[in-house]
Write a protein that binds this ligand. Structure first.
Ligand code: S3P
Length: 169
């Protein structure tokens, strides 16, 4: 069975939707950031702080390469994973790529209370979100299915994804 791969910017709801998808389908759930944190024994913010973003991207690449070989899993990726062609190729080999999107203001509202996203640790986080979204937009748009999450619950988004993928038991 093919994997369902969730991509999209921080705060678009990937983790919550991935949980609903796993529950609805009975598929195994793999969260790439959680895998990284478990393997490294360190939070993502800690890795950024201690070793820098390039080191994090390298660990992310290797983790995706390994986990993308799985079958029948829901795989939730970090918001920057799509920026490397190699990551998307590996994930596409066994899976269908879904991208969750949301307005910058929604993303800001969902992320502003949590301090665990190093890239949004900026003087003006909303401006930073807009800037990164602009750069990443063409990469996110290459997904097989693109879904807005502004006005829907994680369950509704998960159900919409299964409809759009014509997922059958
Ligand atoms: C990142 C998103 C984060 C995490 C890291 C970098 C990004 O994951 O991988 O902080 O570059 O957008 P989430 O999208 O799950 O927050």
């Amino acid at each position: 069975m093919r994997n369902i791969v969730l991509t999209g910017f921080m705060g678009t709801g990937k983790s919550a939707v991935a949980q609903e998808l796993a529950r609805l389908t009975g598929m195994r759930l793999i969260d790439i950031d959680s895998e990284i944190e478990r393997a490294e024994g360190m939070s993502i913010a800690g890795i950024f702080e201690d070793r820098g973003e390039p080191a994090f991207r390298e660990i992310e690449r290797e983790t995706i390469r390994r986990m993308a070989q799985t079958h029948g899993a829901v795989i939730s990726t970090g918001g920057g994973a799509v920026m490397r062609e190699e990551n998307i190729e590996a994930l596409r080999a066994n899976g269908q790529i879904v991208c969750l999107i949301a307005a910058p203001e929604t993303i800001y509202r969902r992320t502003c209370t949590s301090g665990h996203r190093p890239l949004l640790n900026a003087p003006d986080p909303l401006e930073k979100i807009k800037e990164l979204l602009e750069i990443r937009k063409p990469y996110y748009e290459r997904a097989d299915v693109v879904i807005h999450t502004d006005d829907n619950s994680p369950l509704e988004v998960a159900q919409e994804i299964l409809r759009r993928l014509a997922w059958k038991h």
